[in-house]
Design a protein around this ligand. Sequence first.
Ligand SMILES: Cc1cc2nc3c(=O)[nH]c(=O)nc-3n(C[C@H](O)[C@H](O)[C@H](O)COP(=O)(O)OP(=O)(O)OC[C@H]3O[C@@H](n4cnc5c(N)ncnc54)[C@H](O)[C@@H]3O)c2cc1C
Length: 338
Amino acid sequence: MKHLIIGNGIAGISVAETIRKNRSDDQISIISNEEGAPYWRASLSKYILDIIPPGKMLIKPDGWFDQQNIEQIKGEVQQIDGSGKKIHLKQNGTETELGFDRCCVSIGADPISLPIPGNDLPEILAFRSLAQADQLKTAMTSIKNIVVIGGGVLGMEVVELAVANRLNCIVLQRGNLIGTPLVDEHGAEILLRRVTGQDGVHPPCAEVIFGDGIAEFLSENNHLKAIRLQSGKEILADLAVVCIGIAADPSIFKESGLTFDRGLIVDERQHTNLEGIYGAGDCVIYPNEGGDMAPTRTWVTSRIQGKTAGYNMCGIPCLLFDEGPMYNASYLFDLLYT
Ligand SMILES: Cc1cc2nc3c(=O)[nH]c(=O)nc-3n(C[C@H](O)[C@H](O)[C@H](O)COP(=O)(O)OP(=O)(O)OC[C@H]3O[C@@H](n4cnc5c(N)ncnc54)[C@H](O)[C@@H]3O)c2cc1C
């Protein structure tokens, strides 16, 4: 049996690990378009803050893939041919085809960008990959004013980084709550007081501007200088980090025959609408406990989905563990939240 896994994040690795544990002779290949070994994506802030050294960011120790006889392929999957059971892969400018018996798509999701003038300036960053974390880490050492676009929990992680680098920080957030949707209304109030220094204990970390959209990134000599808001107000910005959400890339599914609607649609076995093709992690949408189709996009869920896909790809029937209501626990600044 030839298994092909697209994407080597926690979902893809969990698929590979599960197949190998159950099928010692099957062929397993895992493809990634990212440089370097797979890493703890959810710990990128701690990596930037030097709390986790680079060597501890790896999910698997050096040599693990060889020991497990799992082939690692560097390249970008361009298209999946679902009925032909093959993929089109681009490697160093050359396109090749790879066939499979079973495939799991675990390509994660990409940051959403803002389609407004100036969005291609070099100082407008996203925060998803190790390469972007390195960019952010370097950029923050030589600037004064950072603007965080999007005040969800990812945006709050960037505020923490700004505080560590003693930057002037402004957060732009739609609506009137921060930390949402993971944090509830009461939690959002506590978080806002902590961030703005209104808790009477901590100095302000950032100014938060609610409900004003962004009209334009303003530049000088092709470098970001300020941001014009829809109200007309201009704010100084040496760097902007866009944290307004993520979305699965639909491009590789276009001619695949796979059902895609905001994500690759899978069932409780992580199986798609096409025989032999599975999906796991941030790129999929599956029925939640209420029967609605929803993405969860957390680390542990991606791992559980990867394992579930792996068992089913081996022919061992396995249903996705019902986690109940969507759950997330972490901490922001010194505040623990669940
Ligand atoms: C900064 C940050 C903090 C986070 N904090 C938390 C947290 O506290 N708790 C939590 O539960 N979750 C957290 N998350 C979310 C968590 O990291 C994700 O849910 C999880 O990493 C998703 O894993 P995945 O394997 O589905 O996708 P990914 O880890 O994104 O892996 C997908 C891989 O596929 C590759 N790929 C994409 N397209 C192609 C292609 N066409 N060809 C080849 N390869 C491709 C990608 O480059 C990537 O390497 C955080 C995320 C970030 C960015």
